[in-house]
Design a protein around this ligand. Structure first.
Ligand code: NI
Length: 171
């Protein structure tokens, strides 16, 4: 397994639309394992392949309290969305140290393939519902800060660019 580097907002590659995985083979399983290691290593609850610059429909998540229930979603599709909406604070490994509230469907049902290529259905509520919608947005090239006001988004963009410059100087 390997730690992958995570693209940081406002990297334009985060706006790439991922294509469907044609076959769940060894290459995809290696990607999944590397993504899980990268997510756990960064204390994240979810990671989309887009964030590691692989533009295929692969998501890993773990919203369990003990961080011991990895969830792999390949070619995920939402088949049902609740009418009820919920406002939750979100963060993102591609936008470190930024947290803000986003409104999403309170629950969703997602159909996907697992690491073995078997189809399954995920009935997602609470944090799992937030996470799966957030990660599926990444696969469509969307970052959660796009839901915030233009003013907030500009501030985040400026702050992220400043931080990237400082990190570059510190090397
Ligand atoms: Ni994210």
């Amino acid at each position: 397994m390997a730690l992958l580097s995570i693209l940081r907002y406002p990297d334009p590659r985060l706006h790439t639309v991922a294509r469907a995985v044609a076959q769940v083979d060894e290459r995809i399983r290696r990607l999944v394992d590397d993504m899980l290691q990268t997510m756990y290593g960064s204390d994240g609850v979810g990671l989309a392949a887009t964030q590691v610059d692989v533009h295929e429909r692969v998501i890993v998540m773990d919203t369990s309290e003990q961080h011991d229930q990895p969830l792999v979603l390949i070619n995920p599709e939402i088949t049902w969305r609740s009418a009820e909406m919920a406002l939750n604070e979100e963060g993102c490994l591609s936008v470190p140290q930024v947290y803000d509230r986003v409104e999403r469907h309170a629950s969703v049902i997602v159909r996907a393939l697992d690491r073995a290529g078997r189809a399954f259905e995920l009935d997602a509520q609470g944090l799992t519902a937030v996470c799966v919608q957030h990660e599926m947005d990444h696969l469509l090239g969307h970052v959660f800060v796009e839901y915030l006001s233009p003013l907030k988004r500009d501030r985040i963009r400026t702050r992220m660019l400043k931080k990237a410059r400082e990190e570059l100087r510190a090397r």
